[in-house]
Design a protein around this ligand. Structure first.
Ligand SMILES: Cc1cc2nc3c(=O)[nH]c(=O)nc-3n(C[C@H](O)[C@H](O)[C@H](O)COP(=O)(O)O)c2cc1C
Ligand code: SF4
Length: 437
């Protein structure tokens, strides 16, 4: 097994007051910005292209290539918008980055702005995380007062908390003050984004990775990871593992290796199913412990790397119940703009609830397949696909549990208490705080 963790973004998380400018600078912070300012914008874009950095927000689009799509400067404004909406179930990497070390993101924003000719950058933050909002505001102020931004304006905007506002064009509509719904593409944001001006939209982790690339160089970055999936990334392990949390490792690490680092599945239990990149990525099973967690490896196993949100479920968990909770989420978050997703998630929810309660029929399972198949690839944005995939992959790997939903409630087959990590009056199974409610 590898013991190679690659703490870059998480390097100073355990330092005293890691979120302050003083601590960040003690650990070499803002040296990359100084170096970047010695380079021509086009060279910065080339450097990030050569590093092979791919967007960390889910789709894995090459970051430098995206920057290069901006049309030549015409004297008007060009924007960088950092996507900090982080709402996908299981995904929990950007919030820790911004909380523990907001300056690595701000340094990345300043470097990226220099590369693309942006004088006003935005960080669009999921609104519920008020503590992160305050921390970002304080960090921007610190950087400004220290003269590090050299005229670059950074606006931190707190959204109202909608999953759809993480979709880049819905995010831009929301930032402009409209209801957050996806825009028809093309035109892509690079051509007509915020206020119809050329705009780069990138994930927090993508932008926070840029200072490391400027300091370490493209070769250092490509030396980590696998040939088509370069670099390091945060792997967020949650659920039935002994030590859940963030594990920063080269792309291509396997779940088996990560589980060893995380102390394994909780005592006395075994892995049943997991998501490689949040609830929108098709579920995998214990047959997939050794697939490389890079874009190609996970796609080869029929899923997606997504946001590396590894939700781990042991044998006590009902797949029907897990999928049903995810469908509740997607139904609630569907923005209603297109029919397949708006109506389809409603139908999926009705059927999943019946199956969970043991009141389903064989016709229900056919309806599930039919509805999911009609959402996938026919929706206006990827939220619809996200709702269809857990249903389809659940049926693919655990069809018998859906069939059992035609006669037996999930709570009888898989009692809640068996899955709980903490119960009233007892200490948590992983040694956590006692729950006395
Ligand atoms: C419904 C939906 C929600 C999304 N939520 C996020 C999000 O919270 N954060 C994010 O970075 N990307 C999210 N994305 C992907 C963005 O549209 C976009 O691809 C990403 O911000 C690009 O950044 P990257 O190239 O650095 O990955 C979402 C996409 C969809 C369809
Ligand atoms: S797929 Fe869903 S979230 Fe996306 S536009 Fe259609 S209704 Fe809205």
């Amino acid at each position: 097994m590898t013991d190679t963790l690659t703490p870059v973004l998480s390097d100073i998380w355990d330092a005293d007051r890691s979120w302050t400018l003083a601590t960040y600078r003690e650990h070499g912070g803002y040296r990359a910005l100084a170096r970047a300012r010695e380079l021509a914008p086009a060279d910065l874009v080339e450097l990030v292209k050569a590093s092979g950095l791919r967007g960390r927000g889910g789709a894995g689009f090459p970051t430098g290539l995206k920057w290069s799509f901006l049309p030549p400067p015409d004297g008007g404004p060009r924007y960088l918008v950092v996507n900090a909406d982080e709402s996908e179930p299981g995904t929990c990497k950007d919030v820790p980055v911004m909380l523990a070390n907001p300056h690595v993101l701000i340094e990345g924003v300043a470097i990226t702005s220099a590369a693309i000719g942006c004088e006003h950058a935005f960080i669009y933050l999921r609104g519920e995380v008020v503590h992160v909002y305050r921390r970002l505001l304080a960090a921007v102020r610190e950087a400004e007062e220290a003269g590090l931004l050299q005229g670059l304006r950074i606006t931190v905007h707190a959204g109202a908390g909608a999953y759809i506002c993480g979709e880049e064009t819905a995010l831009l509509d929301s930032l402009e003050g409209r209801r957050g719904q996806p825009r028809l593409k093309p035109p892509f944001p690079a051509v007509a984004g915020l206020y119809a001006r050329p705009t780069v939209v990138n994930n927090v982790e993508s932008i926070a990775s840029v200072p490391g690339i400027v300091l370490g160089g493209a070769e250092w970055f490509t030396g980590l990871g696998t040939p088509k999936s370069a670099g390091h990334g945060l792997f967020s392990l949650s659920g039935h593992v002994r030590r859940p949390g963030q594990y920063e490792a080269p792309l291509g690490i396997t779940l088996r290796e990560l589980l060893e680092l995380a102390g394994g599945i909780r005592e006395g239990h075994r892995l049943k199913f997991w998501t490689p990149g949040g609830s929108s990525t098709p579920i995998l099973t214990d047959a997939h412990l050794d697939i490389p967690l890079d874009y190609e490896g996970v796609a080869g196993a029929g899923s997606m790397l997504g946001t590396r949100a590894l939700q781990i479920f042991d044998e006590t968990v009902s797949v029907v119940r897990a999928v049903s909770r995810w469908i509740d989420f997607y139904k609630h978050e569907s923005c209603g703009k297109c029919t397949p997703c708006r109506e389809g998630t409603y139908w999926l929810q009705q059927v999943m609830h019946r199956l969970e309660e043991g009141r389903g029929t064989p016709e229900d399972i056919r309806t599930l397949e039919d509805v999911a198949g009609n959402i996938l690839g026919r929706s206006f944005c990827a939220l619809g696909d996200a709702a269809a995939t857990p249903v389809q992959s659940g049926l693919e790997h655990f069809r018998e549990e859906f069939e059992a939903g035609c006669h037996t409630p999930a709570r009888d087959l898989f009692p809640y208490e068996a899955s709980a990590l903490a119960t009233a009056g007892t200490a948590s199974a992983r040694g956590g705080r006692e729950v006395t409610a």
